[in-house]
Design a protein around this ligand. Structure first.
Ligand SMILES: [Zn+2]
Length: 248
């Protein structure tokens, strides 16, 4: 039984109305960086049953907004304030998300960029001519006032589109509460709880929303569920089957 119920919020970075590539100063990277002709991996076959919800839907109201499976999802970690073993928590979550969605992740190593809800998705001076990598931070309460409460983390991604094309996630952020993780990890059984929370946040990152079903990992508070259940897996599998959009 868990002592503290830890809320974990989804964090939508918003939706750009479209991408303007005609200006004199580029506000987006060159199109198709690292895009392959086909998906880089294969999602797991969905299991039956369970509930899931997507953070954002396409205009058809059915298909989820997802990352482009034909190119890798880069991520960079700001190591400041990380708890002992924090890197491994992130690596384990990324490996699991990748195995279920088929999305290929690439670790870009450390960054000194801080979390910012107005974060620019294209930062050529820092990251070069490509969409900025997903930013993972261990934030303090001073940096993220939401962490004063029981919130242990938040995550979300930014979708862009070209005209009538599908919305596609191009970057995102995972913000983890440094102090709360240090506390959780110090408790008996805390390692498994910490792993579950990071996994939950990375599921938000790739496009899952909360469900009102305590048997799923995407239930908004921590429970006895410490890994993906049937609904989580089905939703993640769908999120690994998004459109390839090399024009972005
Ligand atoms: Zn959550």
């Amino acid at each position: 039984m868990l002592v503290v119920a830890v809320l974990t919020g989804a964090w939508l970075l918003g939706l750009l109305p479209g991408v303007d590539t005609t200006g004199t100063r580029r506000t987006v990277p060159s199109p198709g960086v690292e895009a392959s002709d086909g998906p880089l991996g294969t999602p797991l076959t969905p299991t039956a049953g369970g509930t899931f919800a997507f953070a954002q839907l396409q205009d058809d109201g059915v298909a989820p907004v997802a990352y482009d499976p034909c190119r890798p999802v880069h991520y960079a970690v700001r190591p400041d304030n990380a708890p002992y073993g924090g890197d491994q928590l992130i690596a384990d979550a990324v490996a699991q998300i990748s195995a279920v969605t088929g999305l290929r992740f690439v670790a870009d190593g450390p960054t000194d960029e801080a979390a910012d809800e107005q974060r620019a998705p294209f930062q050529p001076d820092r990251y070069g001519d490509r969409w900025a990598p997903v930013l993972v931070t261990w934030s303090t309460v001073a940096e993220q006032p939401d962490f004063v409460a029981d919130v242990a983390g938040q995550a979300g991604s930014l979708a862009v589109s070209l005209g009538d094309g599908p919305d596609v996630y191009v970057t995102g952020a995972v913000e983890l509460d440094a102090a709360q993780f240090a506390d959780i990890l110090s408790r008996p059984g805390g390692q498994a709880v910490a792993r579950a929370i990071v996994l939950h946040e990375f599921a938000h990152l790739v496009g899952l929303d909360h469900v009102d079903d305590p048997t799923q990992l995407m239930y908004p508070t921590t429970s006895d569920v410490l890994g993906f259940a049937a609904g989580d897996l089905t939703g993640l599998s769908r999120l690994g089957s998004g459109a390839c959009v090399p024009a972005l």
